[in-house]
Design a binder for this molecule. Sequence first.
Ligand code: SAM
Ligand code: SF4
Ligand code: F3S
Length: 462
Amino acid sequence: MDLENLPDAEFCMQEVRKWLAQRPQQPKVYLHVFGCQLNVAEGEQMAGILQTMGYAMTDEIQQASLILYHTCAVRENAEDRVFGTLGNIKKLKQENPALIICVTGCMTAQEHIADKIAKSYRYVDIVLGTSPANRLAQMLYAHMHGLRYAQDIAVYADIPENSESIRNSPFKASVPIMYGCNNFCTYCIVPYVRGRERSRKPEDILTEVRKLIQDGCKEIMLLGQNVNSYGKDLENQITFPELLREIDRIPGKYWIRFMSSHPKDATPELMDCLLECEHVAKHLHLPVQSGSNEILRRMNRNYTIEKYLSQVSYLREKAPDFSLTTDLIVGFPDESQEDFEATLALVKQVRYDNMYSFIYSKRTGTKAASMPDSISDAEKSRRMQELLVLQREIAVENNKRFVGRLLTVLCDGESRKHPGIMTGRSSENILVEFSGNPKMIGKFVQIRITDSKSSCVTGEVI
Ligand code: SAM
Ligand code: SF4
Ligand code: F3S
């Protein structure tokens, strides 16, 4: 079977549907997503496509006739976990040779990984990259026609808009607004596996968001590797703040969040928009990666700490309480003690509400992978611990500012450890715990904050 000349996706979808309909029982798919929120959103899209073809979803891997892993490549441990998982399911395929195993995502978009799977994990049937929704139906069609191994890890520029996702939550939704990345930060694999920036058309995004709000969705997370460059590739150019303002005009009670915002393109126009839009949450995730200008230069981040701090000041002068979070990498190749201390100094100055910190992980094919590195793993771990301790101290202090205040919280669910205790997040993205009942899930509730800890604040329903 020639993978280049398959019938179109729509035809393949119908054929797979007919094929599956012949089974005595409805076939089930076990879908597991590794990685970031974009991957989760893509998993929801694939679930929608699979359901259209006749599959039902299952959480029981033993019951599945299709196992689908959507993978991540951002750090080495993400890949190790996938290989470990694939090793564990070999016996399932031995017991049931009709089982279809499909692996997709950023990890398999790398040629050396796809080759490794083809050679060493011969029970895998289908391998796709970061455009799985474009080709899933066709690969299943090829499989159904007897192809032992189907692989297509190309990145497709066109964005499929005709499928309806199966959302994991009825009141919180992620909406990718663009795919790919043009920035080539020297440590990062994403531009290699996801290709160049492609923005969705604003009308497609607005239609999707309008429908979500009509269906009762309360929080919409707009996703892109650098949302600030949204629209630059479109024929009728539109900026990200313009898109935010368009969405903000949709009536209703809901919050808009977004990530990630690259500091090199975070403009005063964006900050003003955050402050002025009624529905935009009071939280900005502004990944800084390092507090050292020398490391930022070697990371190819294209901003200085001075520029970054001026953005923080612009926002904080107008809204002192605005919540800021960041991503930081510890142990970039040859990060000196002074570089690391500059990161600690930055964290002390900005006083983030939360931080996602990672030890640098070497990624094959990136520029940083060939940079000399004389810093030991033990020293990198020590620095990481020091940073985490500092951040915990800051979070404890920061969270105290909410005590005595009234916060609007979107209730997410019930604490597993403490029945009767509900959890949710405020507009500032602060985790809030309070006594309540499951009827509150998916609703906005007013909470008077009575106490604070490092990881959350607690309070009472008003
Ligand atoms: N596009 C987003 C941005 O620029 O902020 C980041 C997306 S990336 C998937 C999420 C985070 O993973 C990055 O902000 C960075 O801190 C971290 N990261 C990326 N590559 C890494 C690597 N090789 N080692 C450790 N952390 C890494
Ligand atoms: Fe990776 Fe940099 Fe692109 Fe973010 S902006 S995805 S860190 S290359
Ligand atoms: Fe996301 Fe991991 Fe890919 S963080 S973009 S799934 S490399």
